[in-house]
Design a protein around this ligand. Structure first.
Ligand code: NDP
Ligand code: 2IT
Length: 447
């Protein structure tokens, strides 16, 4: 059997076994497309059911999360934790609170996380979790009661050597605080290393809040350098206005780029003079408001309700909101407008059609596994600090993050070269991430 025939047979099994999980199929298909090349060159990776094992989570936990709102009404949400792979270290990955969360979404995120975490070079396995709870419009007290109920079940399954959750969409410092408070109370132990993204006063790491967005910008800087390009004065469009987007905008501005557009699920703003980040932060972080409010503070900017921010001409596009937010049509508009670099701050924001369009037209495309790995990498640095009861300075931690991103970029490019696909970040990231996990799984036996 050729690598292609073998991988098609395995993929068919994965699809049949995980019916009704299109995002998981999509994430697996993208990795499998790279694995056929690996298996052609190194057939032993097709042995011992290695890839079949990789596609089956080690453990999946689904649980009821009952909670009471401020009016005394009881709500029931569903909680998930998918512990995908622990060959390289404890399961590590975020928790997402968003009404769209279901098992297939959590599995796609957990699957991606295995390879991303491997690429960081740090000792972390892959997992992901979350709930279909919608924090939007809920009071702090309601969010607290939800988090307490969520952790009342989750605490049995996590631990600093077992599984270490963090934030993702809808889960930031506030939620991590309530989750940690409840874990501490239930276990009667101050086990800092059980969660990352904690506040600085209680075991958190400097730079973790900024890390995904900053790391993305460091990665884009390396991509530009590799393409003999620079970021100074380049027009940049960033989707979303949450944790990743805000810090990507901040670092891209520090690197001299002109960020002209960002969005939320309602629509997008365009400010050709360059986005005033303080105004965005005031709206989104301090008031939990809508991005449309930006034009109240900057009347020369415009707001487009709905629509596609990928219509805004730019040199660099950074999707930082959610999966499948940038489709093939949007990719063609970006290409037509002369985009040079696209890098994923979000997980799987570009559809397969969009990725193909970018690769075929020579746009440098940085996949999320590589480009957004700075968040989880800094989580691993938080774990290191917790384990040694230490805390590092902002400057030192930021330097470590920058170095890790340069290392991921280098490994990705080198692997793409080694497999005869120079400049292909997708194959480079998938293969480099896979080989390390696969070798560890082989060494550990059939488990
Ligand atoms: P936040 O909750 O802080 O922000 C999410 C942003 O994306 C908001 O602006 C939100 O708009 C928008 N958004 C969310 N869902 C949708 C949707 N269905 N359609 C349109 N817009 C949407 O999340 P993060 O910034 O933490 O996460 C953003 C992405 O980055 C996710 O894909 C996440 O998996 C990924 N990521 C996050 C990391 C982290 O460390 N936080 C690390 C690596 C990747 P609105 O407020 O209107 O919902
Ligand atoms: O997608 C991701 O890498 C994250 N949400 C961060 C995970 C983490 O454990 O810091």
């Amino acid at each position: 059997m050729t690598g292609r025939e073998w991988i098609e047979a395995v993929f068919e099994q994965v699809r049949a076994r995980n019916a009704g999980e299109p995002e998981f199929h999509q994430a697996a298909a993208e990795v499998f497309d790279s694995l056929r090349i690996v298996v052609d060159r190194h057939p032993h990776y097709a042995e011992s059911g290695l890839v079949e094992r990789l596609c089956e989570p080690e453990r999946q936990i689904i649980f009821r999360v009952p909670w009471m709102d401020d009016d005394g009404k009881v709500h029931v949400n569903r909680g998930f934790r998918v512990q995908f792979n622990s060959a390289l270290g404890p399961y590590k990955g975020g928790l997402r609170f968003h009404p769209s969360v279901n098992l297939g979404i959590v599995k796609f995120l957990g699957f991606e996380q295995i390879f991303k975490n491997s690429l960081t070079g740090l000792p972390i396995g892959g997992g992901k979790g979350g709930s279909d709870f919608d924090p939007k419009g809920r009071t702090d007290a309601e969010v607290m009661r939800f988090c307490q109920s969520f952790m009342t079940e989750l605490h049995r399954h996590v631990g600093e050597y077992t599984d270490v959750p963090a934030g993702d969409i809808g889960v930031g410092a506030r939620e991590i605080g309530y989750l940690f408070g409840q874990y501490k109370r239930l276990t009667n132990s101050y086990e800092s290393g059980v969660l990352t993204g904690k506040g600085l006063a209680w075991g958190g790491s400097q730079v973790r809040t900024e890390a995904t967005g900053y790391g993305l910008a460091y990665f884009v800087d390396e991509m530009a350098r590799t393409a003999h390009d620079g970021l100074e004065g380049r027009r940049v469009v960033v989707s979303g206005s949450g944790n990743v987007a805000v810090h990507a905008i901040e670092k891209m501005q520090q690197l001299g780029a002109l960020v002209v557009s960002c969005s939320d699920s309602g629509g997008y703003i365009v400010d050709d003079k360059g986005i005033d980040l303080e105004i965005v932060r005031d709206i989104k972080e301090r008031r939990r408001g809508r991005i449309s409010e930006y034009v109240d503070a900057v009347p020369s900017a415009s707001y487009v309700d709905g629509g596609s921010l990928w219509d805004v001409p730019c040199d660099v596009a950074l999707p930082c909101a959610t999966q499948n937010e940038l489709d093939e049509d949007a990719a063609k508009v970006l290409i037509g407008n002369g985009v040079r670099i696209v890098a994923e701050g979000a997980n799987m924001p570009a559809t397969p059609g969009a990725v193909t369009a970018f690769r075929q037209s020579g746009v440098a495309f940085g996949p999320g596994k590589a480009a957004n790995a700075g968040g989880v990498a800094t989580s691993a640095l938080e774990m290191q600090q917790n384990a040694s009861r230490d805390s590092w300075s902002f400057e030192y931690t930021d330097q470590r993050l920058a170095k890790i991103m340069v290392g991921i970029h280098e490994r990705t490019i080198e692997t793409a070269d080694e497999y005869g696909m120079p400049g292909d970040y997708v194959h480079g990231a998938n293969i480099a991430g896979f080989v390390k996990v696969a070798d560890a799984m082989t060494a550990l036996g059939v488990i």
